[in-house]
Design a protein. Structure first.
Length: 115
C-alpha cells in the first residue's frame, strides 16, 4: 500500500487519463451546443467589426488625452492601447483597384491627433 499527496488533482487525472478526459469534455460540449441559436460566420462578422471600430475610437480618445497630459507635464502613460491610436492613425481599407502598385489609398492616413 502507498500514499501520495496531489496538489492539483485535476492535472494529475488529466496526465493519467488523457483519452478519458478528452472524451468526457467532447461529450459535455456536444450536449451544450445549440445549433439552432448559433450565428453564422457572416452574422458574427458585423458585430465583431463594429466592436473593433468602437474600441479603436475609444483608444484614439485615450491617446488624445494622454498626449494632452504629456504636453502639460503630467505623469501619464499610454498603457496597453494600439499603436495606430497612439500615432493618431486610422486604417482605411478600400477595394483593390487596377492601379497596379502602392497608392495613397493603401497607407495609414494621419487623422490629426497631434501635429
Amino acid at each position: 500500500m502507498s500514499f501520495t499527496e496531489a496538489h492539483n488533482v485535476l492535472a494529475t487525472l488529466a496526465w493519467m487519463f488523457p483519452d478519458v478526459m478528452v472524451k468526457r469534455l467532447e461529450a459535455a460540449i456536444a450536449a451544450e451546443q445549440d445549433d439552432d441559436a448559433a450565428l453564422s460566420h457572416e452574422a458574427r462578422e458585423l458585430p465583431a467589426a463594429k466592436a473593433q471600430g468602437d474600441l479603436l475610437s475609444v483608444e484614439h480618445d485615450i491617446a488624445s488625452l494622454v498626449w494632452r497630459g504629456l504636453d502639460q507635464g503630467l505623469p501619464v502613460s499610454f498603457g496597453d492601447i494600439s499603436a495606430p491610436a497612439i500615432l493618431g492613425a486610422q486604417l482605411v481599407t478600400l477595394p483593390a483597384g487596377d492601379a497596379g502598385g502602392p497608392s495613397r489609398e493603401h497607407v495609414i492616413e494621419y487623422v490629426g491627433q497631434r501635429r
